[in-house]
Design a protein around this ligand. Structure first.
Ligand code: AG3
Length: 276
């Protein structure tokens, strides 16, 4: 399989290709097409419906940034809910915080969890942590119906096409607001401001009426479309930009540190204008 190239199509006029040496696994689950491939440059990669989700080499950037910004700006995140994130990478970062008592992960597709445990054990490692409860169900329904209250909700979804569309809606953010404690926080991956400008904008303006504080931050994720990737935080009380004194910053991470926390909220002019 020396010269097999796979293509990730972003728009009518732009696609990225990857040389792979092996298709390790391929299946159609009840929810999506799932593939694990061995790439030449980035190690193993997980692909859902043709969109690259993680590679072994750079998944740390996305997972550290979706988790630690909020975990460090909330004074004591003890109870955390992750919507999506079935590969376990976000969970792996969340459980690194000693204050964490309970992490619930709600993933719609159990095959994503099983395949990640099988082929990405270093990403999925925390799924078996004793503080973790895994719910295989629709995140929209879970958030609407649960009686639990959380310090932090993290939405680690795929692109807003198909079932994930509702995860970017105002109604969903209102439901999340109800299951957050009075000083709770929400963080969502909000897509590429370059390639998915409308999704990024909608996310911000759907969250804005629901939370008193809404802030956007960026990270450069090498293998995602265009590089800069956005995250949007909605908060009831604590400022997501500020590392809270009570939260000791973890050591031994590979991307996140205090400087990156501050820097991530500095937005280029074109991004500021999208959300003006
Ligand atoms: N979730 C966000 C992936 C978005 C990638 N989009 C794309 N390549 N078009 C990643 C899940 C990791 N836990």
């Amino acid at each position: 399989m020396e010269n097999i190239w796979i293509y990730e199509t972003h728009t009518d006029g732009y696609e990225v290709r990857w040389r792979i040496t092996d298709i390790i696994h391929q299946e159609t689950t009840p929810f999506q097409k799932l593939a694990v491939v061995e790439t030449v440059e980035w190690g193993k990669a997980l692909i859902l419906d043709g969109a690259l989700q993680i590679t072994e080499k750079d998944e740390f950037i996305y997972h550290e940034m979706i988790a630690h910004v909020a975990m460090n700006s909330h004074p004591r995140p003890e109870k955390v809910l992750i919507i999506g994130g079935g590969d376990g990478g976000t969970l792996r970062e969340v459980v690194k915080h000693q204050c964490l008592q309970q992490a619930d992960m709600v993933e719609i597709d159990k095959r994503v969890v099983e395949i990640s445990q099988q082929y990405f054990p270093q990403v999925a490692s925390a799924i078996s942590d004793s503080r973790v409860n895994l719910h295989i169900t629709d995140g929209l329904v879970y958030v609407r119906d649960t009686a639990e209250k959380y310090d932090l909700v993290i939405v680690d979804s795929s692109d807003p096409v198909g079932p994930a569309i509702q995860l970017f809606s105002r109604k969903f953010y209102e439901d999340v607001n109800k299951i957050l404690k009075e000083d709770g926080m929400l963080v969502v991956q909000s897509e590429s401001p370059v390639f998915f400008t409308e999704h990024f904008r909608n996310c911000f303006f759907n969250m804005k009426p629901v939370f008193p504080i809404v802030e956007v931050y960026l990270a450069t994720i090498a293998t995602y479309v265009s590089g800069p990737w956005s995250f949007t935080a909605g908060s009831k009380k604590h400022n997501p930009r500020k590392i809270h004194n009570d939260s000791p910053v973890l050591t031994g991470l590979k991307y996140y540190n205090e400087d990156m926390h501050q820097a991530a909220f500095c937005l280029p002019q074109y991004v500021q204008e999208i959300i003006r």
